[in-house]
Design a protein around this ligand. Structure first.
Ligand code: GLA
Length: 630
């Protein structure tokens, strides 16, 4: 294999290449362009009314949960957002469009004297308890309950205009009311208003809703107006920022993985749902988990994949299914999912409180590095996830048995990217038990069990880090995906709403072909001209990644080329490394089958390293063993 290191001197005289791909998106920014929105340096934690009560929410239930958060010590562990979901509203006032609260269920909102309603007394109470308050709205005219919870006693009332409780057309007014006047700290913005209120819908005719030409088709991305959906969410985000000058807010985007939100959610909000709703069913939990678990490179401090709220305490995750409940919690913790409890906490048994209150797992989830766990081993039965903690000598590993048979799972040092022949220490984060091993250790994992360990040992790469170990320091500015395509690796379960009364539901969460840690964009091995790489970044050509070096490491190194899973079409890809906007190293043009070229660049003092691969559309390329070293 011929390796070539290209230094700046050569680059300056190298002929400019002329790929059509040399577009604005590939132009080095010279800085970290991912915005830091609101206040979510770690995944949000708290409680929400939805999974516990659906629309049958009321003040006693919410305050009861809040009190329990404080009394049980969960608040101290980080659960501080107390979020009201759908069901709080009565109507939009005719005269001035002000939103009116349903005071029979929120009595404290009956402001004295003026016949006005206000959530200020409610948020004041939460704030006095050391908690934060969250509210719910929709990006369209109407909300989800107005289409799906028609039996609810808490549906908005009045004529067509009065029942338009969503933000559309009232963004500035509503956001000012919710944040500035009422003092909320968190908003979840749903998207039913953007997809189920087309003029031809029965629901619109029967209930006389104002039609909204659907912008989202949950099944077909081609029928979704991605740019417009993004703009609507972006405009709402701009208003939220405007009415929160101190930046202390959280913006939760809830459009269920549609509209290619995977590629823009992290530039618009703090969390974005990656799938349809979770239900308290094991297979549905797998479904929402899978929609987020292979997207580590799209999340980072301030911006989190959201596989939906916890359903611990219900159905397959109730007190009689503590193995499943612990797995659900472990998995959410590992992939940096928001930890939002969805249970009537007033009656919570100790067995469940102990799960939400697992301080070790919360520490893993809330680790300041913000590195979402990466799959180190993947099969339909067993998955091994590894998460690098901010203290880079420490990791967390989860060994997850998805199936119904006991599994013997061998963990090897290289799953952990730890050195062979050296002692690796484990602490079981459910039992507290300590153990150690060298090279490999086999665990017996019960059906549906997840073992989670904190791991300390000697890193494979002492004094450096593979990029695939630090997804929280990577911003995929352009991933090269031209046609957003549904991700086929998401577990498909029996239809949650319809059972088997159709041919099966086909999740349309686009994201297939996105950037991946340690595998190709299509989850094949990383391999260049027959040489495999255990570590690296797989991405499509026409991509640009920003890596936060923060002047920490001195060199960037990688072996790069077209991945063997690509197409042998003779077209070439060129790889370049930039440091704070300056080109530091570049390959020659590399075709499919060409041996990997070594790229090495001096990045001393560099804040942001940028990795650009330009070439034909859609060719999988590999940044093999891409690393930052001293
Ligand atoms: C949608 C959301 C849920 C919940 C309901 C409320 O289904 O995805 O999380 O907010 O609406 O009606």
């Amino acid at each position: 294999m011929k390796l070539r290191t290209i230094v700046i001197g050569i680059l300056l005289t190298a002929p400019a290449h002329s790929f059509a791909a040399d577009t604005a998106a590939l132009t080095p920014a010279g800085r970290w362009t991912a915005p830091m929105i609101g206040n979510a340096p770690t995944p949000p934690m708290g409680w929400s009314s939805w999974n516990a009560f659906r629309t049958e929410v009321d003040e006693d239930k919410v305050m009861g949960a809040a009190q329990k958060l404080v009394d049980s010590g969960l608040a101290k562990l980080g659960y501080r957002y107390v979020n009201i979901d759908d069901g709080w509203w009565l109507k939009r006032r005719k005269t001035d469009g002000r939103m009116i609260i349903r005071t029979p269920i929120f009595p404290s909102a009956k402001a004295k004297g003026k016949g006005e309603t206000s959530f200020r007394p409610f948020t004041d109470r939460l704030h006095k308890m050391g908690l934060k308050a969250g509210i719910y709205s929709d990006a369209g005219y109407n909300a989800c309950s107005q289409a799906y919870d028609l039996h609810s006693p808490n549906l908005p009332e009045g004529d067509t205009a009065e029942r338009q409780v969503g933000l559309h057309g009232n963004v500035d007014k509503d956001i000012a009311l919710y944040f500035k006047e009422w003092g909320f700290d968190y908003i979840k913005v749903d998207a039913c208003g953007l997809n189920v209120y087309g003029a031809d819908r029965e629901i619109v005719k029967t209930y006389n809703y104002k039609p909204f030409p659907p912008l989202i088709d949950s099944n077909y991305i081609g029928r979704t107006d991605v740019a417009e959906v993004r703009k609507i969410y972006k405009d709402i985000g701009t208003a939220i920022a405007k009415y929160n000058p101190d930046g202390d807010y959280i913006y939760s985007i809830c459009n269920w993985g549609t509209a290619d939100v995977r590629s823009w959610g992290n530039e618009v909000g703090n969390l974005w749902r990656t799938s349809g709703d979770i239900t308290p069913s094991w297979t549905r939990m797998l479904h929402t988990f899978d929609s987020a678990s292979t997207r580590a490179l799209y999340a980072r401090p301030g911006a989190w994949n959201d596989p939906d709220m916890l359903f611990i305490g219900h159905g397959d995750f109730d007190q009689n299914h503590l193995t499943e409940a612990r797995s659900h919690f472990s998995l959410w913790a590992m992939i940096n999912a928001p930890l939002i409890i969805g249970y009537d906490l007033r009656n919570a048994p100790k067995s469940l409180l102990d799960i939400w209150g697992n301080a070790d797992l919360i520490r893993v989830n809330q680790d300041s590095g913000g590195h979402q766990a990466v799959l180190a081993y993947d099969s339909d039965d067993v998955q091994i996830f590894v998460k690098t903690l901010a203290d880079s000598n420490t990791k967390a590993v989860a060994i997850f048995n998805r199936g119904l048979l006991k599994a013997d799972v061998t963990l090897i040092a290289s799953h952990l990217k730890m050195a062979t022949g050296q002692e690796i220490r484990l602490k079981n984060l459910w039992s507290g038990e300590q153990s150690d091993f060298k090279d490999e250790k086999t665990f017996s994992v019960a059906p549906r069990e997840t073992l989670v360990f904190e791991v300390t040992g000697t890193r494979e790469l002492e004094g450096g880090t593979y990029l695939s170990e630090i997804p929280g320091r990577i911003h995929v500015a352009e991933d090269g995906v031209v046609n957003p395509t549904p991700d086929p690796v998401v577990h498909q379960m029996i239809g949650q709403w319809s059972g088997t009364r159709n041919a099966g539901e086909r999740p349309a969460y686009t994201g297939w072909g996105g950037a991946q840690a340690d595998v190709s964009p299509y989850r094949e091995g990383l391999s260049i001209a027959g040489r495999g790489y255990v570590s690296g970044i797989g991405i499509l050509s026409n991509s640009r990644m920003e890596v936060r070096n923060a002047r920490q490491y001195k060199r960037f190194e990688a072996s790069v080329g077209v991945n063997d899973s690509g197409v042998n079409n003779g077209q070439t890809v060129r790889f370049a490394v930039y440091g704070d906007g300056r080109k530091l190293a570049e390959t020659t043009d590399l075709a499919y089958g060409a041996a990997a070229q070594a790229l090495s660049a001096d990045i001393s003092g560099v804040e942001v390293v940028e990795l650009v691969a330009s070439g034909p559309d859609g060719q999988p390329v590999t940044w093999g063993e891409a690393k930052l070293v001293n």
